[in-house]
Design a binder for this molecule. Structure first.
Ligand code: DAH
Length: 338
């Protein structure tokens, strides 16, 4: 008789444990608790049956019933705690909330302008090359036809690393490095950092240039003008006028400075163009035959033109900025506008 009761107690424990574990909600768990632990529940019934046992069988069955109550109570507590944990996690994770966007960086306006400039020239058939920022006197000056004591060197406000090495003052040294390595036709643009001992509202000790070089058969000044007209139209607006003013650079002959019609007043004259109607954007010219002498090109067979522009300057004109230092201050209020 007692073994039959003990068997029923064991069954009650098994089904209670199963019911608690399977309860999907606090309500279901409470119903299961009442079913097994309630005043009229299965355990209470078994206790009653215990009273009907013969005296000598009661101790064994009694201790089995006590152990069962403990096991069922503990299982109920564990199931309740697990449900609470689940509910807490659900509160934290509201899947209907919109996601939080990670702040995302973007290209710096100087990089973007450089890419835009190079892109325009790529469409005109130019390839892109890059070169060292620490240069030798030979490439930065001598091979560009700046003789050792020529006053044109003074214009370059050079930062020297040693007697022979310097921070390149322009991207023009890459003209020579490129021609040394390749035979014509050469159609290249060279973006990169350049350095000069100079700092004010329109000069920075570190700035960026894009150099251009074309050497091919039968290249004339008209090609220079045509390429730069196409560039100005693509970079600024389709009807942008350019004008060429005679100038001097040791490595080009003849040389010209190129202006675009003022982006603000379109030639009428305003504060930006200081009343002239024109804005200077680059230096250019036909490659001086003396430069070909340094790279072994035959000036009777090929001719070419070169140009160099400041990237910050182009960006300032394009976006109407008046202080070059803004580019380097990492002020997000400025940078996120582009
Ligand atoms: N390298 C010159 C400078 O930074 C700019 C320049 C002028 C580049 C004429 C050229 C050029 O390629 O033909 O002052």
């Amino acid at each position: 008789m007692s073994s039959g009761l003990i068997e029923r107690i064991r069954e009650a424990v098994d089904s209670a444990l199963q019911a608690f574990q399977a309860a999907p909600s606090a309500g279901a768990l409470e119903a299961a608790r009442i079913e097994f632990l309630g005043a009229k529940g299965r355990l209470a019934e078994l206790m009653k049956a215990l009273g009907a046992l013969p005296k000598e069988e009661r101790p064994e069955a009694g201790s089995a019933a006590n152990a069962a109550r403990q096991a069922i109570t503990a299982a109920h507590q564990a199931a309740a705690a697990a449900l609470e944990r689940q509910a807490g996690a659900a509160d934290l994770l509201d899947v209907t909330l919109p996601g939080r966007r990670q702040p995302r960086g973007h290209q710096h306006v100087v990089s973007r302008t450089a890419a835009e400039i190079c892109d325009i020239f790529a469409r005109l058939g130019f390839s892109l090359v890059e070169g060292p920022e620490v240069e030798t006197d030979f490439y930065n000056f001598e091979a560009l036809n700046f003789p050792p004591d020529h006053p044109a060197r003074d214009m370059q406000d050079t930062l020297f690393v040693s007697r022979e090495l310097l921070l390149r003052t322009h991207t023009s040294p890459m003209q020579v490095r490129t021609m040394e390595k390749t035979q014509p036709p050469v159609w290249v643009v060279v973006p990169g950092k350049t350095y000069r001992r100079d700092s004010d509202i329109s000069h920075s000790p570190m700035f960026h240039q894009v150099e251009g070089l074309v050497v091919d058969q039968g290249i004339t000044f008209a090609d220079l003008k045509g390429v730069l007209t196409a560039f100005a139209a693509a970079m600024f607006s389709p009807d942008t006028q350019i004008r060429l003013r005679p100038s001097f650079f040791p490595f080009t002959e003849p040389s010209a400075e190129v202006d675009i019609a003022c982006v603000l007043c379109h030639g009428a004259g305003c504060r930006l163009c200081k009343g002239t109607g024109w804005l200077e954007i680059l230096g250019s010219g036909m490659v001086d035959p003396a430069v070909y002498g340094f790279v072994g090109y035959d000036p009777d067979k090929v001719s070419g033109f070169a140009f160099g522009m400041g990237i910050e300057r182009v960006a300032m004109l394009k976006y109407g900025l008046d202080d070059i230092r803004m580019f380097y201050e990492s002020d997000l209020r400025f940078l996120t506008q582009f």
